[in-house]
Design a protein around this ligand. Structure first.
Ligand SMILES: [Zn+2]
Length: 882
């Protein structure tokens, strides 16, 4: 976890001057050894270092346009640079000349600028090994506004009664000292040292709840002894009152040393750009507009980061640096006014990816990945001169090019899984573009912690019999193993994956043909190649590598014969017996879900059954993996919100439901994850009822109810991953997003009745298939089906964290049971079951929708009453007063 939003906006600060287009886009080829060209590049480097304009001029061939040469000279030598770094990126032979791409970093004082140039060069004489000259120059991309920041050691300031105010934050420093770091435009960083007070008081109730979990209080008030600020230099005088900083007559060297240490610790944590091999120095961008970061070092909580990032839909964040956790993330009042209550992470996207074509080779023993990706994108932004690709930080980008523009400038944002790609020309909206990315590096697979259960017991070293598990490698949504859009997005894909010959691959898509053996050089192990095609859009792509035995595929008829679904079950070799019957079970589950929603979103499905010490699973589009614990496992997991000990099929039913919920219908942002997990959980419960009857269903619901009620005070379902996050308690997340989410659906079903509920669910599914939905969209579909407002229902159950408490009384009068419910406090919409047991032993269940402070209902009786019970089926999240 990283402080969100500090660098997502980087593109804004890159002042990319786009030169005219007009590249012929000749394919880039590998550099060829033409020594004369290399010597010319060296000559440019030497001339720039020396600030020698004439030396550059002397490299021109007759016919080179004067304007081109002047621009080149001004960029490199006028005024003289303190340092220039010239790198040749690309070389091709075009029309008898050599066309090359240079990336040049020019440094003047603390400011850096990266420019890419296209140069056509030719030999001066007939000897290719003789001198070469420049025949054509074109500036492609310029990235400016890069600074090597350091403290101004010549000025120390005394601090007197300094107050810094940001939305919901105040920092007060009565006395202390300060140092600044500046760009030519003014101060952009400030180090404050002294005993001060911080107050952070988030407005939203859910955020106050999280702050209370973190600090014990809904408002955090604590002392600090150091603050590091970053802001735009033009904002400095608004934020920092000139009266509060007085320049000292002399700098205290001890103070300067301490302040320098603070700068060196916190400067690299945000607004940093990696210039690849152009420079090893640390380069900073200036925050844009009113963006603001305060790193506040407190005695009690360690360093805390408050950030304001205007480009984010939730522009305020508060972050615990020690534990790497988000404490608060929410919109300011201004942001809320501009965007409304709900948002989609897609709204700020600059482009849509339409199709991925990925060719990737894995060496799992070295955790090594090498790949090429062809990405077909469609631009959304009106104008685009850079775009951001997401790719795991450890992976090195070797090249990015496009048929339209040739090789493209790319820079890494430090500490983020982001790559910035610069274009030589501004691209207008609604343009189709292809990017070719070559990349590779050491990338460990992701753990399967999404659905997994945490161990509750350390294995005892004496008793544990070590059984070496079949190795498995999952590269999926959290490993960023291929270059992709910054947020999940629906796209079609083709994946070609090669692995060592003894391993198998399951991936997002339908496998095309059997694996093919790749010719291996002598002495090397053979490798196998697998091809998958995802013809229907998927949110993200996954590759799962292990050793498998395949059962013959079976074809399931979903709706009619035109719509078959091919099911394949693959198992680790030792799991084949235990997985027997899994194929029939999976087919039955898939058929059941398809009948509920009148559709199956993907035309093939592979279930990979693997061995593990703990149960768990992961379900990308087109496949799911399911960890089956070996009998020898030393772990115990019975006491977990998602472990249904008396219904072993629950896990597989949950994972399969994700093909519909989570994959086909996605979620707009992290708040909406219950639309995936709560729905998958409820569908698994429905399958339990379908397969085993109502007693099994009631047993599952009771467990969900217990966990949901126990954990509800930890926050609303709408907090998504942040539930339990501050204390690393996965159980809280699973109890609320999974179990409470499922209970909310169950209550909704009983409130609307089965017909309206399933009609609404089908409409919601059909409308949002291959799209990302939100709670507001779900509410709209259910309101339409149910013909009533559900505003309060969702406000209480999804956006609120309370559990209603009510009193129930009943008496028999005139052949009727007079039942009365009275809610204490806030009114919830909650359907409660009244179970009447008659003298003859028969039972009648009546669902009463309790939607007012008090609800009375006269239930006609069929005989003498032996007993009356309320919420016996556990179908309502309610606490009954005795
Ligand atoms: Zn799940």
């Amino acid at each position: 976890m990283r402080p969100r939003s500090l660098v997502a906006l980087v593109c804004i600060w890159l002042s990319l001057a786009a030169a005219a287009a007009g590249q012929d886009g000749r394919a880039a080829s590998a550099p060829q050894p033409v020594d004369g060209v290399t010597r010319l590049v060296d000559a440019i480097q030497r001339a720039a270092d020396a600030g020698d304009a004439n030396a550059i001029r002397s490299l021109a061939r007759p016919g080179l346009r004067a304007t081109q040469l002047t621009e080149f000279i001004q960029s490199l030598a006028e005024p003289k640079v303190s340092r220039a770094t010239v790198k040749e990126r690309d070389r091709a032979v075009v029309d008898g000349r050599v066309r090359m791409l240079l990336e040049i970093l020019t440094e003047r004082d603390i400011e850096g600028r990266v420019t890419t140039w296209r140069l056509d060069v030719e030999p001066v004489g007939s000897d290719l090994d003789g001198p070469w000259g420049i025949a054509y120059i074109e500036r492609l991309t310029t990235v400016g506004g890069l600074y090597r920041l350091s403290l101004d050691g010549s000025s120390e300031f005394d601090v007197r009664n300094l107050t810094i105010s940001q939305p919901d934050l105040s920092l007060v420093l009565p006395s202390g000292y300060a140092f600044m770091a500046r760009t030519p435009d003014g101060p952009t960083a400030l180090v404050l040292i002294g005993k001060g007070h911080m107050a952070f008081t988030p407005k939203p109730e859910a955020e106050r709840g999280q702050l209370k979990i973190f600090s014990g209080s809904e408002a955090l008030k604590t002392e600090f002894d150091t603050v590091f600020l970053r802001l735009n230099s033009s904002e400095f005088s608004d934020q920092i009152s000139a009266d509060s900083l007085k320049r000292r007559s002399a700098v205290d060297p001890g103070h300067l040393r301490r302040a320098t240490q603070v700068l060196e610790t916190y400067l690299p944590k945000s607004f940093q750009i990696d210039l690849n091999d152009l420079s090893t120095a640390s380069w900073s961008l200036e925050p844009s507009g009113s963006d603001f970061v305060a790193e506040v070092v407190t005695g009690r909580y360690g360093p805390l980061t408050y950030a304001r990032a205007n480009a984010e839909p939730e522009d305020i964040s508060f972050f615990d640096r020690r534990k790497h956790r988000n404490i608060a993330v929410y919109p300011s009042d201004t942001k809320l006014a501009s965007r409304g209550r709900f948002f989609s992470e897609d709204e700020k996207l600059e482009y849509d990816v339409k199709h991925y074509e990925i060719d990737v080779s894995f060496a799992p023993d070295r955790l090594w990945v090498d790949g090429t990706a062809k990405i077909t994108i469609h631009t959304r932004a009106a104008f685009l001169s850079t775009l951001t690709l997401r790719l795991a930080d450890p992976l090195v980008v070797r090249s990015i090019s496009s048929p339209q523009f040739g090789r493209l400038l790319h820079l890494r944002v430090v500490g983020q899984n982001n790559v910035l790609v610069g274009f030589p020309a501004t691209i207008v909206g609604n343009t189709d573009l292809e990017l070719d990315v070559t990349y590779g590096g050491r990338l460990p697979p992701q753990s399967i912690d999404r659905e997994a259960i945490t161990q509750q017991q350390e294995p005892s070293p004496q008793e544990a019999i070590p059984v070496p598990l079949e190795p498995q490698y999952m590269y999926s949504n959290r490993s960023y193993w291929y270059p992709q859009a910054p947020v999940t997005q629906y796209a079609t894909a083709k994946i070609t994956a090669s692995v060592p010959g003894e391993l198998d691959v399951v991936a997002s898509g339908t496998q095309r043909g059997p694996a093919t053996l790749l010719p291996a050089p002598p002495g090397q192990r053979p490798r196998r190649k697998f091809v998958f095609e995802a013809a229907r859009p998927t949110r993200y792509l996954a590759v799962f590598i292990s050793r498998f035995v395949s059962a013959p595929p079976s074809v399931i008829r979903v709706q009619d014969d035109d719509d078959p679904l091919t099911l394949t079950v693959e198992t680790n070799p030792r799991q084949t017996n235990r997985a027997r019957g899994m194929s029939e079970k999976a087919a039955d589950i898939l058929k059941f879900y398809a009948s509920l929603l009148a559709d199956a979103p993907y035309d093939s499905f592979t279930l990979a059954v693997t061995e593990s010490d703990l149960p768990g699973g992961h379900s990308p589009a087109y496949f799911a993996m399911l960890n089956q614990p070996l009998p020898t496992t030393p772990f115990v997991w019975s006491n977990d919100p998602v472990s249904f000990q008396n219904y072993p099929s629950f896990f597989v039913a949950h994972e399969l439901a994700h093909q519909w919920w989570g994959q086909a219908v996605g979620w707009k942002n992290y708040h909406e994850q219950w639309l995936s997990e709560g729905f998958a959980q409820y569908f698994a419960a429905l399958y339990a009822e379908h397969e085993r009857g109502s007693d099994q269903f009631v047993g599952v619901l009771r467990q969900m109810r217990k966990w949901a009620i126990e954990m509800s005070p930890q926050g609303p379902v709408y907090l998504g991953y942040r539930l339990g996050h501050l204390k690393g308690e996965g159980k809280v997340f699973r109890a609320l997003v999974y179990d409470k989410g499922a209970m909310v659906l169950h209550m909704l079903r009983r409130l609307l009745g089965d017909d309206a509920f399933y009609a609404g669910l089908r409409e919601f599914y059909a409308t949002w298939r291959y799209k990302k939905a939100g709670t507001d969209d779900f509410r709209a579909a259910m309101e339409k089906a149910g013909g009533r407002s559900l505003e309060r229902f969702f406000d209480r159950w999804i956006f609120g964290s309370g559990i209603p408490s009510m009193r129930f009384t009943s008496r028999v009068e005139g052949g009727q049971l007079l039942a009365r419910f009275e809610q204490k406090g806030d009114v919830y919409d909650v359907p409660v079951t009244v179970s009447i047991t008659y003298a003859d032993g028969t039972t009648e269940n009546v669902v009463v929708p309790v939607t007012e402070q008090t609800v009375s209902r006269a239930i006609p009786l069929k005989g003498a009453v032996r007993s009356v019970e309320v919420n016996k089926d556990g179908g309502a999240l309610v606490e009954m007063e005795k």
